[in-house]
Ligand binder design. Sequence first.
Ligand code: PMP
Length: 436
Amino acid sequence: MPTSAQMQAYWMPFTANRDYKQAPRIVASAKGMYYYDEQGRAILDGTAGLWCVPAGHSHPKIVEAVQQAIATLDYAPAFQMGHPAAFEFAEQLIEYSGHKFGQVFYTNSGSEAVDTAMKMVLAYHRARGEAQRTRFIGRERAYHGVGFGGMSVGGLPANRKQFGPLLQGVDYLRHTALPENRFSKGLPQHGAELADDLERLIQLHDVSTIAAVIVEPVSGSAGVILPPAGYLQRLRQLCDQHGILLIFDEVITGFGRLTTPFASDYFGVTPDLMTTAKGLTNGVVPMGAVFSHPKIYQTLADSPAGIEFFHGYTYSGHPLACAAGLATLRVFKEEGILHHAAGMAAYWETALHSLKGLPHVADIRNLGLIGAIELETVPGKPGARAMAVYKKAFAEGVLIRTTGDIIALSPPLILDKSHIDVLFAKLHDILAHPEA
Ligand code: PMP
């Protein structure tokens, strides 16, 4: 356990420090589907860390690849030099995407990937003589990280309110939860109608000023908001019609969460730019990446200004991250991770929906190996009910995640039926005996 001086020194991200530090939860190691605390107690991971360990914790092949890489090349500046793994990884990522994209740009996180994609959009329009296209459209309840770009287009006001003024000219597609969609399995209904909200914004603003629309195909951090059937397709149509670029933020949905390589494969909609992180390296070494359509790179490469893209990071394409990423792709292939995940999805859905009817359960949502249980909020105490479930579950050896009163689930994709049984038996038990 940390000493009280250590507790004082560590300013934790996001966490409500006072509450947490009165009863800290510490994990000391991890393997496969489990975390272990300092006493060696196993905690079943229902959230893949923070949505980022699809191939399971401390996968031996990924560990070995990183060990080898660190002994060979510790660091190489990406500005004037390359190293073999950076090129090889980019090529393999394009192949993994089914060649739907032409280039990969490396960052160190999801937030940086989002800001990078937004800068690519602006540079692209400018190179085409459309410098007035500077307006971004986000979506209510979306999360796009903590950089000033991603924070500005993110649709969670609580994440923005300490830090304004933010990027100018941002607007948001409405999120409308329809009552008939509650407890529906898979995709909810009425997507095309909801996506027509983009037409409202096109009417509202001069369309020639709109640079891009950015959405999470499935909004994760806001509590697993699924796009209703037809939603993303309609957005794509409207963007094409009006010269607007479409960005999918696949930081959560990339690398198999929906049992396909990316959510864009699941929905059959290809964006112009796609941001990724988390599962890209199986969470082992921090890394993000922007995938882009060849027209973006080509336009910038052909630009008379002669500058492709004046942007980059000290650690872009870090050798350890590339090694971890290459090993992750290899594990995906050799161990048939996506195939296995697809085989688990129906069992996952049935187990999740078996919680319907328990006290205070207001909605259940699922897709691929993602799921959410929305609880009724105790008046005046938002988030308290889900947090009570979270604390009890952790104490009883299961890690879940909460956003407000929504419990979000996103296990490592290597789970089997016995893990699903344990996870939902535990949640059933806890939800059946609410504290209040
Ligand atoms: N976009 C999405 C969709 C995310 O879920 C996250 C992180 N949860 C981010 C961006 C930011 O990623 P990072 O925390 O790696 O900066």
